[in-house]
Write a protein that binds this ligand. Structure first.
Ligand SMILES: NC(=O)c1ccc[n+]([C@@H]2O[C@H](COP(=O)([O-])OP(=O)(O)OC[C@H]3O[C@@H](n4cnc5c(N)ncnc54)[C@H](O)[C@@H]3O)[C@@H](O)[C@H]2O)c1
Length: 369
């Protein structure tokens, strides 16, 4: 197979879909690997590193799309890329179709197969190609929170860990899933005083067992959330109800409970956010202030730490990319259920029920189960 890796062109996107070691693995398995010049630069990966490992450098995205049977990407194809996509070609990337009707229509029209990272589900119901980005965002939320609590960034002027004789910051984390647990772990390392809230009792029992002593694990209800807001210097929004908009846990009136200069990092903003006053921001303008509370609501946090995110993403995508390249998409889907579940569109038909329902389109159930 010819495997193509175009350079990502979305704003603030520094990741790339393949590491040099991935190029070597694919070439060793008998495939040709075409990498667009400069594709890895945002992640500090030079063209020569790919070339040394058997990839061929290509000067334009048009040529990569023109030749590749399997295109590996990070973000969804943008409108300028749509005309380059060919019938029969397989695209393996994040699509998030439900948020983008024109993209759905463009891929349907193209006749290409869309295998989406976000719906590749294993037999335990986990989404292994989403997990590493939640790990990155969770850990990064504390780093960003620490920065925006500094006075020159308009924060309260608080050091997360305090110093001997001065209390550490109080951090409230709403949601104890992957983002929340990773945030708690990093915050604990800073020496902050942390409360981690969730509604899933099994999850709370697990977190209670594994978290360090400076993390208290609490059941999340309206009273506890309001009580926490009065204490918190930093609030991390990390809730998720799969397939639904994030539940709203903080209303505008609740901001009055918070201390001036406190910070909210709403990681759940990509699902609408769990704070009424949250609205999506970008890395170029990440924050704004409402009622003296600083809000940070960047929708693609991992993009800022492109190198770490590229490694974290490629570690989990490469094994599947190899399976698709080695078997071809039809056989990979027939033999590997996670691959079948990743396919959202094939042969001008939607094959994912959630995408079909969102847009009122017919759904082929050939990959169900
Ligand atoms: N902004 C970004 O760049 C970025 C990056 C990665 C993930 N995310 C988002 O972060 C969010 C969390 O992702 P995750 O991987 O940790 O999900 P997850 O499913 O692992 O965890 C979500 C947790 O929220 C809990 N929850 C649900 N309702 C709750 C409530 N009312 N109160 C308290 N807890 C509640 C669930 O029980 C679960 O434990 C998602 O919206 C995800 O899309 C954003």
């Amino acid at each position: 197979m010819i495997v193509g890796v175009p350079k990502e062109i979305k704003r603030d996107e520094y990741r790339v879909a393949l590491l040099p070691v991935g190029a070597e693995e694919l070439v060793r398995a008998g495939h040709r690997v075409l990498v667009e010049e400069g594709a890895g630069l945002g992640s500090g990966l030079a063209d020569q590193a790919y070339e040394k490992n058997g990839a061929e450098l290509i000067s334009s995205a048009a040529e990569v799309f023109g030749q590749a049977d399997l295109v590996l990407k990070v973000k969804e194809p943008l409108p300028v890329e749509w005309p380059l996509i060919r019938a029969g070609q397989v695209l393996f990337t994040y699509f998030h179709f439900a948020a983008d009707r024109p993209l759905t229509e463009a891929i349907l029209k193209s006749g290409a197969t869309a295998a989406a990272y976000e719906t590749l589900r294993d037999d335990q119901g986990r989404l292994p190609l989403l997990t590493p980005m939640s790990e990155v965002a969770g850990r990064m939320s504390i780093q960003e929170g620490a920065k925006y609590l500094e006075r020159p960034q308009m924060g309260r002027g608080i050091l997360l860990g305090g110093v001997p004789g001065v209390a550490p910051a109080h951090i409230t984390i709403l949601g104890g899933g992957i983002v929340g647990a990773n945030a708690a772990k990093v915050a604990a390392g800073f020496g902050a005083d942390i409360c981690l809230l969730d509604i899933n009792m099994d999850r709370l029992r697990y977190l209670d067992d594994v978290m360090p002593a400076n993390v208290d694990v609490l059941f999340s209800d309206r009273h506890t959330v309001r009580e926490q807001l009065q204490r918190a210097d930093l609030v991390i929004g990390a809730v998720l109800i799969p397939g639904a908009k994030a539940p709203r846990l903080i209303e505008r009136a609740d901001l009055a409970l918070m201390k001036p200069g406190s910070v909210i990092i709403d990681v759940a903003i990509d699902q609408g956010g769990c704070v009424e006053t949250s609205r999506p921001t970008t890395h170029s303008e990440p924050t704004y202030i409402v009622d003296e509370v600083l809000h940070y609501c960047v929708t693609n946090m991992p993009g800022a730490v492109g190198r770490t995110s590229t490694y974290a993403l490629c570690n989990v995508t490469l094994p599947w990319a190899l399976q698709i390249a080695n078997r071809g998409i039809e056989r990979a889907a027939a033999e590997l259920r996670p691959v079948a579940r990743s396919i959202n569109i094939m042969g001008c038909e939607v094959t994912n029920q959630a995408v079909a329902t969102t847009f009122g389109l017919p759904c082929s159930h050939r990959f169900e189960g």
